[in-house]
Write a protein of this length. Structure first.
Length: 546
């Protein structure tokens, strides 16, 4: 008995030893975590006052600014880039007038279960339900701000396989033909422009570009009250937010050291899809995205808590081509490596797991376009169908995919040959291995069953009729989704789970909604999450002010 107690105590001591500092962990040893020396007071050229200081002018920051206008709060947005920032096209929500018109319904409970499963349950379910229950209002609000000039449409390209189900909630916003109200025709830049215009309608609101926030400041009571920034003229200034400071600085995807700490698999893709890219101050001659984790670090320095790694990364298959399909996938050793019948994120991750996995090939023969069309209703999805298409659009022979593949042949990202030997040589894979791979695939096709990887029989096709094609595709990193722990008012929490007074985080700098893998249950969840969080934070600031 005595011996058992002793063992228990020892276990207890062992756990204590391994226990990290709260959930936050201690990153002080990481070079990126080192705080900068404060700028000497004499070098601070002035102080600008506002009520809500928003750092970062992407979709989350612009949405926060626009919401400030709605709720009568004065704001200033600081943005380190010189222009409007945005990328991609899609925005997702569970319900919309166009969905209702088309009779499309999303089962929120099933959606939440799928989200939790993909994210390994490393999600704050309060935040998840906040998102699920409020994203539709957020998208409607954005659409209403655009008024008569814009139209919200339901996207039609989703993966229709038996597993990893994607939901029909992806939308895209376009400017109506003939409208000249906005400079941007569609997608995220249009959304950001709408939000920017609304932000600037508020009395005293400003968007100050080419201005990089360096660190946050607290007052004696421990409240975050200001940020010091380097402005376009090279001078340092203090920007004070009397009611709140909102971080909207995006993710860490272009900060390799932070990616190494929080999501090492994010170092594997050779291409970074984030736009815009700017010259890297640390490596002359190279470029990086704006998403360098500045807000994450600023929050950490004032005591903010990071969510536990490993964070989720989002990947798109656009490093070499924008089509991937479901035909035979071959790695750089000339071997098949996966069940090709799956969604974008899974294809990207499986490719990265291969030796020299920055790209792979889809191999098909001259029948491919017909075979694709015949199977589109049971497969499809992004990188298999056109990027812009409406819900319910039928397969069209003139959709341009075949022409695009021929363009890839011209540009050298798709190889075409009359024999498998010649194709293997162009692909730079071992000829005999490749021929054996194709022979085995044809054998499985003849058998009508994929004994090797379990692909649905309906998606097996033969590779028999020349010319043969090998389309090169590879994952590009979009974002690394993880950040500061917040409550449902988007207040950043400290290591004891208490809100840091005055500090909020919205968009990708905020954690809690993603984990392990990116739930591409629909395209566009990042944008609607950014807007939903921004509205939530500003409402909380408004409520706190009353
Ligand atoms: C190629 C690509 C396509 C995508 N397509 C889609 C899509 O279709 N749908 C979707 O939902 N998502 C998409 N995404 C993801 C989406 O772009 C982001 O998740 C989303 O924009 C995040 O918004 P954000 O405002 O949090 O961050 P960001 O858009 O990254 O904005 C952050 C801003 O903060 C600024 N900033 C950072 N640090 C500072 C500082 N120190 N001082 C001042 N300013 C600072 C940055 O310059 C940047 O402008 C795509 C991503 C990529 C890369």
């Amino acid at each position: 008995m005595e011996h058992q107690n002793e063992t228990k105590n020892m276990d207890f001591i062992e756990n204590e030893k391994n226990h990290v500092d709260g959930f936050r962990g201690n990153y002080d040893d990481c070079a990126w975590a080192k705080p900068p020396e404060p700028i000497p007071e004499a070098q601070i050229a002035g102080t600008l006052e506002t009520e809500v200081l928003i750092i970062g002018g992407g979709i989350a920051g612009m949405a926060a600014g626009a919401r400030c206008t709605d709720l009568g709060l004065r704001c200033t947005v600081l943005e380190k880039y010189h222009g409007l920032v945005g990328r991609g096209a899609h925005i997702a929500c569970t319900d919309s007038p166009v969905m209702r018109r088309l009779g499309v319904h999303i089962d929120k409970k099933q959606f939440a279960r799928d989200w939790m499963r993909i994210c390994g349950s490393r999600v704050n379910e309060d935040l998840l339900w906040l998102y699920i229950n409020n994203c539709s209002d957020a998208v409607q609000w954005l659409t209403d701000l655009g008024g008569d000039a814009v139209e919200l449409r339901l996207f039609g390209g989703r993966y229709k396989g038996p597993d990893f189900t994607e939901y029909d909630g992806t939308h895209y916003l376009i400017q109506k033909p003939g409208s000249k109200r906005y400079k941007n025709r569609a997608g995220s830049l249009l959304m950001c422009e709408i939000l920017q215009d609304r932000c600037l309608e508020g009395t005293g609101n400003r968007i100050i570009r080419s201005t990089k926030a360096l660190y946050l400041e607290k007052n004696d009571a421990g409240r975050v009250v200001s940020a010091v920034a380097e402005c376009e003229d090279g001078k340092y200034r203090r920007f004070r937010g009397s009611r709140a400071v909102i971080l909207a600085t995006g993710d860490i995807g272009s900060n390799a050291e932070m990616v190494r700490t929080f999501c090492p698999i994010g170092l594997l893709p050779k291409r970074n899809g984030y736009a815009p890219q700017v010259p890297d101050p640390n490596e002359p001659g190279t470029k990086i995205g704006l998403n360098t984790g500045d807000g994450h670090r600023m929050a950490y320095w004032v005591g903010g808590q990071f969510e536990t790694p490993s964070w989720a990364l989002s990947l798109h298959l656009l490093a070499y081509s924008i089509y991937v399909f479901f035909f035979l996938f071959v790695n750089r050793e000339g071997k098949r490596f996966m069940n090709e019948d799956t969604w974008v994120q899974a294809k990207a991750v499986r490719c990265l797991m291969q030796p020299r996995g920055d790209f792979a090939y889809t191999v098909f023969d001259s029948k491919w376009f017909r075979e694709l069309g015949e199977r589109i209703s049971i497969t499809g999805g992004q990188f298999t169908e056109p990027l812009i298409m409406d819900y319910g659009d039928p397969w069209r022979e003139d959709n341009g995919i075949d022409r695009q593949i021929e363009r890839y042949v011209q540009h050298g990202t798709c190889f075409k040959a009359d024999t498998l030997e010649e194709l293997a040589e162009k692909m730079e894979v071992p000829v005999e291995t490749f021929k054996a791979t194709v022979a085995r695939y044809n054998e499985l096709y003849a058998l009508g069953e994929d004994l090797d990887y379990g692909k649905r029989s309906e998606l097996l096709t033969s590779i028999a009729e020349p010319p043969f094609y090998a389309l090169k595709w590879g994952p590009a990193l979009l974002n690394v989704h993880g950040g500061m722990i917040t409550d449902t008012s988007m207040r950043v929490l400290d290591n004891d789970n208490r809100p840091i007074p005055g500090l909020y985080a919205v968009g990708n700098v905020a954690g809690g909604l993603y984990g392990v893998d990116y739930p591409l249950l629909w395209n566009g969840n990042s944008h609607s999450r950014a807007i939903t969080w921004a509205r939530q934070a500003v409402q909380a600031i408004r409520n706190a002010a009353e």
